[in-house]
Design a protein around this ligand. Structure first.
Ligand code: BES
Ligand code: MN
Ligand code: ZN
Length: 460
């Protein structure tokens, strides 16, 4: 992906002036009379997202004016400038005055420049921005590139993004930063005691695997990332209806976002010993598929009764989390597209996170807000823990009721986390259902930027 930022000197960059309903009159008064007349003739009203290109005498574009939310608006979308790359013709631009937040505006510009070009190369448009003064361009590029990686991985359909291809993408990233890559494939999962990963993935002709890479100085604090890598979720024998199955290529969104986060951590050379674990499987339907009421003994020794084969994400994460805990990480973070219930509770744009570490919770919420990468804490509510009871095994993977589905999933995962000093779980959606500023429709990078900033504050 080419960068949205113009880092060469660009004396002829076209200025973009940000206006609001309140400031438009004063800004308009500073424009040449012809330009003011042109704006008036076009009915420009400085509404949020309204964009007007003003012509020079020779017909070239002299100036762009772009509407933002008023200071007094109930809510200001700090990513609003992310619409610009989609609205402007190719060229090099610069901010002529300050938007509400110049750093986030520039980041939004880069995030809004993303196009999924794998199957239609000609969609990319060359709209570039001279980064505003004082922003750390390397940091913004790192974030934009990570987001593009997550989006590309999610947007790539399951026929081209199976467990093997996901592992290849992880290996490519690991190689780029000199990380130590390892992968356990197929029946080796049984031999090396990952029964749940094997159970979920065995019905697919594309063998399940556990991706595992390690990077950084072993003396540094151990940070381990675990991502749900279900390359396609049919639901298994508890088959999803078509509407529910349609976008399940995104069910490796946790893995994609963990890789995005890892890329930022390694690129910024944070002082951590990083480990990435991704159980990569396809939840398919076949004669050898795992069944409702099957019982498996997990890696941790907990026996798990299958209440529903569609609650597969928590199963593959359970073995990976137990494995992660065997080396007692200082901080254990997992992400996955785990429940429809999370979306029912908070919608697609606001993933819930869970932790019992109060200091970590405050930090996550703070960075989520500062980075405009929203996250909202939900509780690991102990009274609901008994909902996971099985009559014949230690635990059931799908409580019979439909209440608090994201919480009960988090409580399920908590049973497999023991030795980590601190644990954070994020139930992401990984998808933007309809385009918003800086967020094109399709695969989305969620939680990775906020957590990266948290890590860089702690270990930078
Ligand atoms: N991948 C889905 C969760 C999902 C569905 C995320 C739709 C986003 C949109 C997950 O594997 C799943 O199917 N979860 C079930 C759990 C249930 C069977 C306990 C769900 O949420 O319905
Ligand atoms: Mn499922
Ligand atoms: Zn799933």
């Amino acid at each position: 992906m080419h960068s949205a930022f113009e880092t060469e000197p660009a004396p002829f960059a076209i200025p973009i002036t940000f206006v609001t309903k309140t400031t438009w009159r004063a800004v308009g008064a500073t424009l040449p009379p012809q330009a003011r007349q042109f704006a008036q003739a076009n009915g420009f009203a400085a509404k949020p997202g309204e964009c007007l290109t003003l012509p020079a005498a020779d017909g070239a574009i002299a100036h762009v004016i772009f509407g933002l939310e008023d200071e007094t608006a109930k809510w200001r979308d700090l990513f609003r400038p992310g619409q610009l790359p989609g609205l402007l013709p190719p060229g090099v631009y610069r901010f002529a005055n300050a938007p509400h937040d110049a750093r986030l505006a520039a980041l939004a510009f880069a995030l809004g420049s993303y196009r999924f070009g794998r199957y239609r190369k000609n969609d990319a448009r060359n709209v570039r921005l001279v980064p505003p003064e004082g922003v750390d361009v390397a940091e913004l590029s790192r974030m934009a590139e990570a987001a593009a990686l997550a989006r590309d991985l999610i947007n790539t359909p399951a026929n081209d993004m199976g467990p093997e291809e996901l592992a290849a993408a992880a290996q490519q990233l690991a190689n780029r930063y000199g990380a130590n890559f390892h992968c356990i494939v197929g029946d080796d999962l049984t031999r090396q005691n990952f029964p749940l990963i094997h159970a979920v993935g065995m019905a697919s002709p594309r063998a399940p695997r556990l991706i595992d890479f390690t990077w950084g100085d072993p003396a540094h604090p151990k940070v381990t990332l675990v991502g749900k890598g279900v390359c396609f979720d049919t639901g298994g024998l508890d088959l999803k209806p078509s509407a529910g199955m349609l976008i399940m290529k995104k069910d490796m969104g946790g893995a994609a976002n963990v890789l995005a986060l890892a890329s930022m951590v390694m690129d910024a050379k944070l002082k951590v010993r990083l480990r990435v674990l991704i159980p990569a499987v396809e939840n398919a339907v076949a004669g050898n598929a795992f069944r409702p009421l099957d019982i498996f003994t997990s890696r941790k020794g907990i026996t798990v009764e299958i209440g529903n084969t569609d609650a597969e994400g928590r199963l593959v994460l359970a073995d990976a989390l137990a494995f992660a805990c065997e080396e007692k990480p200082d901080l254990l973070i997992d992400m996955g597209t785990l429940t429809g219930a999370a979306r029912v509770a908070l919608g697609p744009d606001l993933p819930p996170f869970y932790t019992n570490d109060e200091a970590l919770a405050l930090d996550v919420a703070g960075h989520a807000k500062a980075e405009n990468d929203p996250l909202w804490r939900l509780p690991l509510w102990p009274p609901y823990d008994s909902w996971l009871d099985s009559k014949v095994a230690n635990i059931n993977n799908a409580p019979s009721g439909t209440f608090a589905g994201s919480i009960t999933c988090a409580l399920f995962l908590q049973r497999f986390v023991e030795a980590a000093k601190s644990w954070l779980h994020v139930d992401i959606y990984g998808w933007t259902p309809s385009a918003k500023p800086a967020r094109p429709e399709g695969g989305e990078c969620q939680a990775a930027r906020a957590i990266y900033k948290l890590l860089s504050e702690r270990y930078g």
